[in-house]
Design a protein around this ligand. Structure first.
Ligand code: MG
Length: 260
């Protein structure tokens, strides 16, 4: 008798909960599906699409490389050449990376292949942005930068590829001599205490407003030879590559980042 009573009560409660859910789902009240908090923070956009928003950290605003250092010698400032409003790779001085370390972020970066570019394949305006510099040299996760306007190379190594991991969805390269811009969303990988991978990195890449990678999930850090591989790391610098080709060096300007 007691059991039956309990059964009846629990059934009644389930029916009531179901009725409540159904009421929510079938409600004609638009308020039933409104969410009012937390409110997204107010951010003021730049006047032009490429201008830094109000809460961005400016990594290069046109005057100096104070936010960067040499990868080969972290105690030294970046030795690339600064001109009025832009800077250029100084070949042989090595990669440069940000003093500040980041985890998840939105990055804006503009670059230009010189109009007198020479060379072919990978040896034509090659640089790159490493979304997390995890050590010296080319350690990290590279989004390729090179002249891929009218220049054949392996497609998983052309501009917009996560180098040797994925083919970009489009070739949106502009002609040498024209400024181009990357907008990148980076979700850093997470690691367990024992160094094993907890969650992989993911990246979304726009070049000149065209999507080249759509939340691509990386299988590891960039490797020139062999398969990508994860090695545990924490917050990391953003790094730019001195590829060392004899072709004329490429330039950068207007670099800013918003931490997420
Ligand atoms: Mg490169």
């Amino acid at each position: 008798m007691k059991k039956e009573l309990l059964f009846l009560i629990s059934t009644a409660l389930s029916v009531s909960a179901f009725a409540q859910d159904t009421k929510m789902e079938n409600s004609n009240d638009p308020k039933a599906t409104e969410i009012w908090s937390p409110e997204p923070k107010v951010v003021t956009s730049g006047k032009l699409p490429q201008d830094a928003p109000s809460d961005a950290i400016v990594l290069f605003g046109g005057r100096n490389l104070d936010a960067w250092h040499s990868v080969n010698n972290p105690a030294q400032p970046a030795k690339w050449t600064v001109d009025d409003g832009f800077f250029t790779v100084k070949k042989g001085t090595g990669n440069i990376e940000t003093n500040k370390k980041f985890t998840d972020y939105q990055l804006h970066l503009e670059w230009k292949i010189p109009s007198n570019i020479t060379g072919e394949g990978q040896a034509r305006g090659n640089s790159g942005v490493f979304l997390a510099s995890t050590g010296p040299g080319d350690d990290g996760y590279e989004i390729q930068i090179m002249d891929a306007y009218n220049n054949k190379t392996y497609v998983n190594g052309q501009t917009g590829s996560v180098y040797k991991q994925v083919i970009p969805l489009a070739n949106a390269n502009k002609k040498p001599g024209e400024w181009q811009y990357y907008d990148i969303l980076w979700t850093a990988p997470r690691f367990n205490d024992d160094g094993s991978l907890k969650s992989p990195a993911a990246v979304t890449v726009f070049l000149n407003g065209v999507v080249l990678e759509n939340h691509f999930v990386l299988t590891g850090a960039t490797r020139y030879i062999g398969k990508p591989e994860y090695k545990a790391h924490g917050p990391s610098s953003i790094k730019l590559q001195d590829h060392g080709d004899p072709s004329p060096a490429i330039s950068f300007r207007n670099i800013w980042v918003r931490e997420l």
